[in-house]
Design a protein around this ligand. Structure first.
Ligand code: NAD
Length: 500
């Protein structure tokens, strides 16, 4: 069995650990690879390498750091098909989705290429007589990143491009379910000329993560994953004196007002609910219909659209599927059991994806698109994150009921309102207790030059990912106040250099 090890100091490093985790192709259920689960000691060694590299990397000028990222961006573009295929074969999402993930990740790289501008800091002349003040933004030190399975390239790229552009070094712990794309990015960074030790990959599980959370030499931890783990990461790493941004789970609602454009609603909802098999932290899993008429019409349209959906392997079909399999056998079973619980708790199952199988891929982890009506607070399919292709319709009578429903939910990652009325939309943006809001936009993911993050139990820590918050997170501000003695100007007056 082929084994994926670590990538340390710009080189593959076989692990001394004898613990491994299997990597499956979700479309077939076949295992092609195993990944090492590194020991605590190996993780500490990776930190030592990153700490050593910090001494020189933090002194490289921002312009020269950016030049390496420019080269990296062009290498990722050159290898986009190969990377997308790796993602599809380990995650299961369809090939075009995998390429889309790379594009979104590269946008953060493009943002990070502007680092000389982003690190200009602040300057005030004459804060007192003859006294000037300025703030400089310095690297925080060795940073750690821990990422989830659902975006094996994009989520690491939310973190490391800005961290290293700011002059930090990095130890990345990818998801043990689909680590190959992240590993390949590390190789491409090395090819782009990143000095050894600046970016390192340590593969593993809780044993490796716990070292990253507690070792004194790590200054900052970025995490994306489920809420219970995000909370654990935040509490543990904060207790060990680190700055932490820990993004957690989600339950994203889309409010459909009676005046919304019905065609736009259905088209948006199909992609937002079922794209990537619902394994997106910004997927819409609840459609909140204001009025029975809205709900009845929507359901009749969704049934037709779901019927026309192609579900299948993410790669290799003559016409690409709309949706691939789920990440693992266990996760597919969990999603099916959520559907069972919805039925038991009294929701109306309109479309049932539990029995779906793709011919010739009976070992694949497929669950078909599923639709529930009459879903209510208190049902597990409403209260909990399912992270699968299951859309719930909740019926309410008024806009206020819709807003209260969303604001009472424990998660606050993303939400959207569909309406033609500017006043309702504006009020919604004001009232809603959610970090990312769409107006007639179903998945309002902020661009790289804005910051990404939810509210409530979808984010632990004050700073969001990438954009301006990303730069704040990966830098420490130092403010200098300077006064120089007057009347002692030495030598000749300043003059421009002359051409020879
Ligand atoms: P997960 O929490 O199981 O794992 C995430 C990472 O944490 C992995 O690298 C894993 O190895 C590590 N980990 C798992 N258990 C751990 C433990 N007990 N101690 C230390 N480390 C541990 O998440 P997942 O299943 O890989 O990803 C899906 C989840 O991620 C969903 O809940 C989804 O909403 C969330 N997510 C959130 C965002 C966001 O921006 N808010 C983005 C993507 C995914």
């Amino acid at each position: 069995m082929k084994t994926l090890g670590n990538f340390i100091h710009n080189e593959p490093k076989a692990s001394e650990s004898n613990r491994y985790s299997p990597i499956f192709n979700p479309a077939t259920g076949q295992q092609n690879l195993q990944v090492v689960l590194s020991s605590a000691e190996e993780t500490r060694q990776a930190i030592t390498i990153a700490e050593e590299a910090l001494k020189s990397w933090s002194k490289v000028t921002p312009l020269n750091r950016a030049r390496i990222l420019f080269k990296f961006k062009s290498l990722v573009e050159d290898h986009a098909d190969e990377l997308a295929e790796l993602i599809t074969k380990e995650h299961g999402k369809v090939f075009s989705d995998a390429k889309g993930e790379l594009t979104r990740g590269l946008e953060v790289v493009e943002f990070a290429c502007g680092i000389p501008h982003l690190l200009k800091g602040e300057h005030s002349l004459n804060v007192g007589r003859g006294v000037d003040s300025y703030s400089k933004m310095q690297p925080v030190g060795v940073c750690a990143g821990i990422s989830p399975f659902n975006f094996p390239a994009m989520v690491p790229m939310w973190m490391f491009p800005i961290a290293i552009a700011c002059g930090n070094t990095f130890v990345m712990k990818p998801s043990e379910k689909d680590p190959s794309a992240t590993y390949r990015l590390a190789e491409l960074l090395a090819d782009a000329g990143l000095p050894p030790g600046v970016f390192n990959i340590i593969n593993g599980d809780k044993e490796a993560v716990d070292v990253l959370l507690t070792d004194d030499r790590i200054s900052a931890v970025s995490f994306v994953g489920s809420t219970p783990v995000a909370e654990y990461i935040y509490k543990t790493a904060s207790a060990h004196g680190k700055r932490v941004q820990a993004l957690g789970g989600a339950k994203n609602h889309m409010v459909i007002m009676p005046d919304a454009d019905p065609t736009q609603v259905v088209n948006s909802l199909m992609g937002a609910a079922y794209g990537s098999a619902g394994e997106r932290c910004m997927a819409i899993s609840v459609a909140v219909c204001v009025g029975d008429e809205v709900a009845n019409h929507l359901i009749s349209q969704l049934i037709k659209e779901i019927d026309a959906m192609r579900v299948g392997p993410g790669i290799g079909l003559s016409e690409e599927a709309h949706m691939g399999p789920l990440i693992s056998k266990e996760h597919a079973a969990k999603v099916r059991s959520y559907i069972d619980s919805g039925v038991e708790e009294g929701a109306s199952l309109i479309v049932d994806g539990r029995q779906f199988q793709y011919p010739g891929h009976e070992g694949g982890y497929f669950v078909g698109p599923t639709l529930f009506d009459n879903v209510k607070q208190g049902m597990r399919i409403y209260d909990e994150e399912i992270f699968g292709p299951v859309l719930s319709i909740v019926r309410v009578n008024t806009y206020e009921e819709a807003v209260n429903l969303i604001n009472n939910h424990e998660y606050g990652n993303g939400t959207a309102i569909f309406t033609r009325d500017g006043d309702s939309a504006r009020q919604f943006c004001e009232d809603i207790q959610v970090g990312m809001v769409g107006v007639n936009v179903p998945i309002p993911v902020p661009m790289a030059f804005h910051s990404f993050g939810g509210w409530k139990r979808s984010l632990f820590g004050p700073l969001h990912m990438h954009g301006p918050d990303g730069v704040r997170f990966y830098t420490k501000m130092k403010t200098i106040t300077a006064r120089w003695p007057t009347g002692q100007r030495a030598g000749a007056e300043f003059s421009m250099p002359t051409m020879k």
